[in-house]
Design a protein around this ligand. Structure first.
Ligand code: FAD
Length: 461
C-alpha cells in the first residue's frame, strides 16, 4: 500500500513511475487477480504471498479514508458497489475498549469496511489508468545501483541511480532519478546502505508479543444484529485476548482473534473456537457459531512495533527515500499502517512541491537530499508511534526498558480516559485520536482533563 500511495504521488512529479514487485499473479489478466471491476473476481481470502498479512483484518482508519477520498475520487463508491460495507463508526460498531463499551451514538463518521486485497487491487487498478505508471511484477529488488561521484571513498557523494532486480534466473538493472523503498517490514535497505558505505540506522522495537489468528466466514442469510463490525480490545494487564469481526465484500466476515503477551489464539479449530468463547464480549463467538467457515485458520506473529531511524543518520545518498513499514511498522492492532503510509505519501508530495519551488526541478535533481525527507517523515511518525507503543510498552515489560515519569503519567491518564469511555465527549476525543484525525492533545481538553487530573491528584497519581 505504501508503494501504491507513493507511486500515485510520484506520477504527478515524474515523467514515468515504475512499481517493482516481487510477486507475480495479480497483473491484468491473471486468474487470481484481486482486481475489481467485476464481482466475479472478488479477491480470495489468501491474498498474495508478498503480503501474508492481507488475510487478516485490515481496517482503514478514518484519516486514511479522508486521504483516499481526496486522492482517488469515486473509489469509495466503487468499493461500496463491489460489496464493501458502509460503516457509520460508533453507531454501527459494537466496540469494547478498556473494558467499557463505546456509546452507540450517531456522530456521522462514515467510513467503509473492505478486505485489504480488494482495497489494494482497486487502488492498483486506478494507478494503471494513470498512463505514466508501469508495473513490473516478478521483479525482486536485490540491491541499489549507485554513482559514486568523484571521490570513491566518500559516501556523502553517492547518488542512487536505480535498482538491481532478480527476474527469474536473471539479474536486471533499472535506472531511476529517484528510488523509493516501500518493501515493508523485511526491507533490506539497511544492508544495501551498508554495501554503499553508510552506517546502519538505530532501530527501536517495542514488542508486546501479540499473536493473530484469522478465519473467514460466510455471513448467514438470516443474520440479524445491532452491529456491523465488532471490536473487542484488550486492556492491560487483565484482558489479554481481543477480536474483530470485520464485514467484507461478498457477504463475508473476517474474524481475527488477537492475544497479547504470548497469550496467542490457537490456529487449530477447537482451540480457535475455545479462545473466541472466552472473550469478554459475546458478539464474536455468536457470529462464528452462526456462520459457515470459508477458510482454514491462519496465524501471524510478527507484530512488534519497529522503527528504523534513518532520520538520525548523518549521511544519506541522494536519489533515495524510504517510507511505509520499511521505515516504521506498528503493532497491527492499532490499524495504523495503511493510513500512515497514505500520510507519508502526502508528505512526499509536499516535500517534492517544496523542493521544486525552491530550486526549480533540474534533470536528475528530483530529490537532492532524501535525508531531509526522512527527518520530516520521522516528525510525522512520532504521534502514531506514541499511540501504538504507549500501552504496548507496559505489555512488553522489562524488555522495553523502564517507564519514565512521562510514560507513567500517560499510562495512568489513558487508564482514566478508558474508564470514562462511555461518556460521549471522551469517546469522541479518544476515537478521533485513535483514527489519527485529532492530535493526542485532544484528550487534554479541559472538559476531559480536569476531572481526570482531579481524580489522579486525589489518588496521588
Ligand atoms: C496481521 C496484520 C494486520 C494488519 N492490519 C492492519 C489494519 O487493520 N489497518 C492498517 O492500516 N494496517 C494494517 N496492517 C499494516 C499494513 O499491512 C501495512 O502497514 C501497510 O500495508 C503498509 O505496508 P507497506 O506497503 O509498507 O508494506 P507491505 O504491505 O508489507 O508491502 C510490501 C510490498 O513490497 C513487496 N516486496 C518486498 N520485498 C521486495 C523486494 N525485495 N522486491 C520487490 N518487492 C518487494 C512485497 O511483496 C509487498 O508487495 C496490518 C499488518 C499486519 C501484519
Amino acid at each position: 500500500m505504501a508503494g501504491l500511495f507513493a507511486a500515485n504521488i510520484l506520477a504527478d512529479h515524474c515523467e514515468q513511475v515504475v512499481v517493482l514487485e516481487r510477486d507475480k499473479g495479480w497483473e491484468p489478466g491473471a486468474a487470481s487477480a484481486g482486481i475489481p471491476h467485476s464481482t466475479d473476481c472478488l479477491p480470495q481470502a489468501e491474498g498474495r504471498p508478498g503480503v501474508p498479512q492481507s488475510r487478516h483484518v485490515h481496517v482503514l482508519l478514518l484519516r486514511g479514508v479522508q486521504v483516499l477520498r481526496t486522492r482517488f475520487p469515486g473509489l469509495e463508491e466503487e468499493l461500496l458497489s463491489l460489496g464493501a460495507t458502509r460503516l457509520n463508526w460508533l453507531k454501527d460498531t459494537a466496540a469494547l475498549a478498556g473494558g467499557g463499551w463505546l456509546p452507540r451514538i450517531d456522530l456521522n463518521l462514515p467510513g467503509f469496511s473492505v478486505s485489504r486485497t480488494l482495497l489494494e487491487g482497486s487502488v492498483r487498478a486506478r494507478l494503471r489508468d494513470r498512463g505514466n505508471i508501469r508495473f513490473r511484477p516478478g521483479h525482486r529488488v536485490v540491491g541499489l545501483r549507485a554513482d559514486r561521484g568523484a571521490g570513491e571513498s566518500d559516501a556523502s557523494d553517492i547518488r542512487v541511480t536505480g535498482a538491481v532486480c532478480a527476474v527469474g534466473d536473471e539479474t536486471v538493472g533499472l535506472d531511476a532519478d529517484l528510488v523509493v523503498d516501500t518493501s515493508g517490514r523485511s526491507s533490506r535497505l539497511p544492508r544495501w546502505l551498508k554495501e554503499l558505505g553508510y552506517a546502519a540506522p538505530r532501530e527501536s522495537t517495542v514488542n508486546a508479543d501479540v499473536g493473530y489468528a484469522t478465519r473467514w466466514y460466510r455471513i448467514p442469510e438470516d443474520w440479524q444484529a445491532d452491529w456491523k463490525m465488532a471490536l473487542l480490545a484488550t486492556r492491560y494487564p487483565d484482558i489479554r485476548g481481543g477480536a474483530v469481526v470485520q464485514p467484507v465484500e461478498g457477504r463475508r466476515w473476517v474474524v481475527t482473534l488477537v492475544g497479547y503477551a504470548g497469550d496467542h489464539p490457537p490456529t487449530d479449530e477447537a482451540g480457535f473456537e475455545a479462545y473466541a468463547r472466552r472473550l469478554i464480549g459475546p458478539q464474536v463467538w455468536e457470529a462464528m457459531r452462526a456462520a459457515e467457515p470459508l477458510t482454514g485458520i491462519g496465524g501471524f506473529r510478527r507484530t512488534e512495533n519497529h522503527w528504523r531511524h534513518y532520520e538520525q543518520l548523518k549521511r544519506w545518498p541522494r536519489g533515495l527515500v524510504a517510507l511505509g513499514d520499511s521505515v516504521c511498522a506498528f503493532n497491527p492492532v492499532y490499524a495504523q499502517g495503511m493510513t500512515v503510509s497514505a500520510l507519508s505519501a502526502e508528505l512526499l508530495d509536499e516535500f517534492l512541491k517544496g523542493r521544486r519551488k525552491k530550486e526549480g526541478q533540474k534533470d536528475g535533481q528530483l530529490m537532492p537530499s532524501g535525508l531531509v525527507f526522512q527527518r520530516k517523515l520521522a516528525k510525522m511518525l512520532q504521534t502514531p508511534w506514541q499511540l501504538a507503543t504507549s500501552d504496548d510498552f507496559r505489555w512488553a515489560g522489562r524488555e522495553a526498558g523502564d517507564a519514565n515519569l512521562t510514560d507513567r503519567f500517560m499510562h495512568r491518564y489513558v487508564d482514566h480516559v478508558l474508564d470514562r469511555i462511555h461518556r460521549p465527549e471522551v469517546c469522541l476525543a479518544f476515537f478521533s485520536v485513535a483514527h489519527l484525525i485529532s492530535p493526542p492533545v485532544a484528550l487534554f481538553r479541559p472538559r476531559i482533563a480536569l476531572p481526570i487530573l482531579w481524580a489522579m491528584a486525589k489518588a496521588r497519581f
